[in-house]
Design a protein around this ligand. Structure first.
Ligand SMILES: NC(=O)c1ccc[n+]([C@@H]2O[C@H](COP(=O)([O-])OP(=O)(O)OC[C@H]3O[C@@H](n4cnc5c(N)ncnc54)[C@H](OP(=O)(O)O)[C@@H]3O)[C@@H](O)[C@H]2O)c1
Length: 252
């Protein structure tokens, strides 16, 4: 299927490893112009080499910690430097936040900012020029935890908030030509991932988790998540608006 993404201007926030790196390679194979953000410059240099080899029309990166940076100023500087993006993917997030469900606002704010608010703040600057142009794609990486409401409460709640944002704001955007959605991965394994060390050790937790929670009986790969993201970034997804899409190996 020709997705028609050649030369599209793509911003990927959280692009140095794991699912984000898979997403970079997905857009590289579509010959996109890629701008990548992460904290590790060493990893971004590796990703650049990989992306160019895989066909990216261009690859630029910015070394930024979005938890420390003024994210509206960051978004404005990206627009000034790279122009209006055709596609924005917000991938930063994760469950490595406080697990204290009785924690106070500081813990909950951190989880919310990491999984949703930093991206929402950037959207406040990145989306208006897309609306003016009448087209754009904004894709958030959520989690199946958002709907299963299982695991770390702060993480699951933050992703559920993100899903509600995607549905409600996505509906407001639908008539403008800007499509917003999220992709909700189930458990994904890759070198250095949370599950990787348990898999390497042959830990019984792995079999137990898969048997009880992932009917496909295996972990997903970054490429399988990237496939859905790249499809959602294309015109082929034009009627799939304001939706949260599971890619989860039949999570249960
Ligand atoms: N892995 C899973 O099983 C799974 C399942 C469901 C949902 N998800 C979601 O998928 C997304 C990616 O997960 P992942 O497992 O691939 O995570 P990961 O391995 O931790 O990668 C996260 C990416 O974001 C970057 N990043 C993290 N903090 C950042 C910050 N403060 N500023 C800028 N960049 C930052 C990281 O690069 P640097 O470290 O270089 O900054 C990395 O490129 C997350 O939103 C997660 O909630 C993952």
């Amino acid at each position: 299927m020709d997705l028609g993404l050649r030369e599209k201007n793509v911003l990927i926030v959280g692009a140095s490893k794991g699912i984000g790196r898979g997403i970079v390679n997905g857009f590289a194979a579509e010959q996109c112009r890629i701008v990548a953000i992460a904290r590790s410059e060493a990893l971004l240099k590796e990703v650049k080499e990989e992306a160019i080899q895989n066909g990216a029309a261009s690859f630029s990166y910015e070394v930024v910690d979005i938890m420390e940076e003024d994210t509206t100023a960051l978004a404005q500087s990206l627009l000034d430097k790279y122009g209006v993006f055709d596609i924005v993917v917000h991938n930063v997030g994760g469950s490595l936040v406080s697990r204290n469900h009785l924690g106070g606002a500081e813990d909950w704010n951190y989880a919310l900012k990491f999984n949703a608010l930093a991206a929402i703040d950037m959207n406040s600057v990145l989306i208006p020029p897309m609306i003016e142009r009448g087209s754009g794609r904004v894709i958030h990486i959520s989690s199946i935890s958002a709907v299963m409401l299982r695991g770390n409460p702060l993480y699951a709640s933050a992703k559920a908030f993100l899903n509600a944002y995607v549905t409600t704001v996505g509906r407001q955007l639908a008539p403008t030509g800007v499509l917003m959605c999220s992709v909700m991965p189930g458990a994904v394994a890759f070198e250095g991932s949370y599950w990787d060390k348990f898999i390497q050790e042959g830990h019984p937790r792995v079999e137990d988790f898969l048997r009880h929670h992932q009917a496909a009986n295996r972990f997903g790969t970054p490429e399988e998540i990237a496939n859905a993201v790249v499809f959602m970034a294309s015109d082929k997804s034009s009627f799939m608006q304001a939706t949260n899409i599971p890619v989860d190996g039949a999570n249960m």
